[in-house]
Design a protein around this ligand. Structure first.
Ligand code: NAD
Length: 353
């Protein structure tokens, strides 16, 4: 198999964790007899500096020629007062490739149970996947404006049937590949959009009789995520609710640094990135945790290339490195050996089968 990956390191710790991803890609290529090639392109603040735009044409063209995109992180204080925002690069690339399905796995590592702000008895065995609609809803609806000379305001929540069907279908497929349990989150007691969402979940469920689906109101789901996270497996929800719930769920693991994500379109073309930002406070210090980035490589292998075994090889290596007591500075684990970004990357590679 031959695949080309566009690497977009971005800003802050982005280049450091992307260097880690690149080493893992090379190691996997050698071990698994897969030909994975890469090329690097600018996005975010570095693209503003080098090209005068957060998502230059050259980067779009390179991504179009690739089989998947890996992204580090964008943003930082350097561009705080710039009229061009680094984060626009991220929104533009999602829109350009129609990346409507955001997959955020949240699995607690046994070695990190103590790092969670929640009680060990609550988080043990937490392993869930949030499927969030990423390109519609309240964040994109028009009109969105101040009115009456600034005395009133409107934001619009719009979805088409097709936009709901495709993300809900992705969630059923995801549930089918996991424990066949799906929770659909909405606010059907108040919102018309949620009532339509619930109807469509019921309709789509007819195609997936093996999947056990139930509905949860978003307020109840938010409480349950921190009181009983193991009651969830796959969660599907619209853009705004997904944004909030996926960030809430991410704290369960105790570190932003270990979580990957995927944003996919209808052809399973995807952009893969860790969930954290560019961490300007530690950029350039070789302290960044590369695990979220490395697990994003594993998600890419699985979701875009169908390479399940190599993906599992990476996930198992990360798990065993943590179990053997190796961490980066962000993971406050007693008696653990603290490694730099480059040391952690080499350690994970040395644990690959
Ligand atoms: P952040 O995620 O960058 O950092 C929050 C805290 O977590 C910081 O203390 C940071 O040092 C730490 N941290 C994050 N990732 C880490 C890692 N891999 N290893 C160790 N520690 C890590 O969030 P922020 O500080 O709110 O945002 C910084 C910049 O990143 C802003 O410009 C923001 O807009 C941008 N941002 C980008 C993305 C993205 O590219 N997808 C996402 C969120 C924020």
């Amino acid at each position: 198999m031959k695949k080309h990956i566009a690497l977009l390191p971005g800003d802050g710790i982005g280049p450091e964790i992307m260097a880690a991803a690149k080493k893992v890609i090379t190691a996997i290529s050698e071990r698994e007899q897969i030909q994975l090639t890469t090329s690097e392109h600018d996005i975010g603040g570095s693209a503003i500096d080098n090209h005068g735009a957060p998502l230059p044409e050259s980067t779009i063209n390179a991504c179009e020629q690739s089989d998947a995109i890996l992204l580090g992180a964008v943003g930082g204080p350097k561009w705080a007062d710039s009229t061009l925002r680094p984060e626009q690069g991220l929104l533009q690339i999602r829109k350009h490739f129609n990346l409507y399905a955001n997959l955020r796995p949240v699995a607690i590592f046994d070695a990190l149970l103590h790092a969670s702000p929640l009680k060990e008895s609550i988080v043990t065995n937490s392993d869930l996947m949030i499927v969030r609609e990423l390109t519609g809803g309240l964040y994109f609806g028009q009109p969105s404006e101040r009115r009456d000379g600034g005395n009133s305001v409107v934001d619009s929540l719009t979805y088409t049937r097709q936009e709901m069907v495709r993300i809900i279908d992705t969630a059923f497929k995801t549930a089918l590949a996991r424990s066949k349990k799906l929770t659909s989150v909405d606010k059907a007691n108040v919102l018309e959009s949620s009532r339509m969402w619930r109807e469509i979940v019921e309709e789509v469920s007819q195609n997936y009789p093996e999947v056990d689906v139930h509905h949860e109101l978003v307020d109840a789901a938010a409480m349950k995520l921190i009181t009983n996270p193991t009651s969830f497996d796959v969660i599907v929800t619209e853009n705004l609710f997904g944004d909030i719930l996926s960030d809430e769920a991410s704290v369960i693991t105790g570190s932003l640094g270990v979580l990957p994500s995927a944003s996919l379109n209808e052809n399973d073309f995807g952009l893969y990135e860790p969930i954290h930002g560019s961490a300007p406070d530690i950029a350039g210090t070789n302290k960044a945790n590369p695990i979220g980035m490395i697990l994003s490589v594993a998600m890419m292998l699985k979701y875009s290339f169908g390479l399940h075994e190599p993906a599992k090889n990476i996930e198992d290596a990360v798990d065993r490195v943590l179990n053997d007591g190796y961490v980066t500075t962000d993971l406050k684990i007693e008696d653990a050996t603290v490694l730099s970004t480059t040391e952690m990357t080499e350690k994970i590679i040395s644990y690959l089968k």
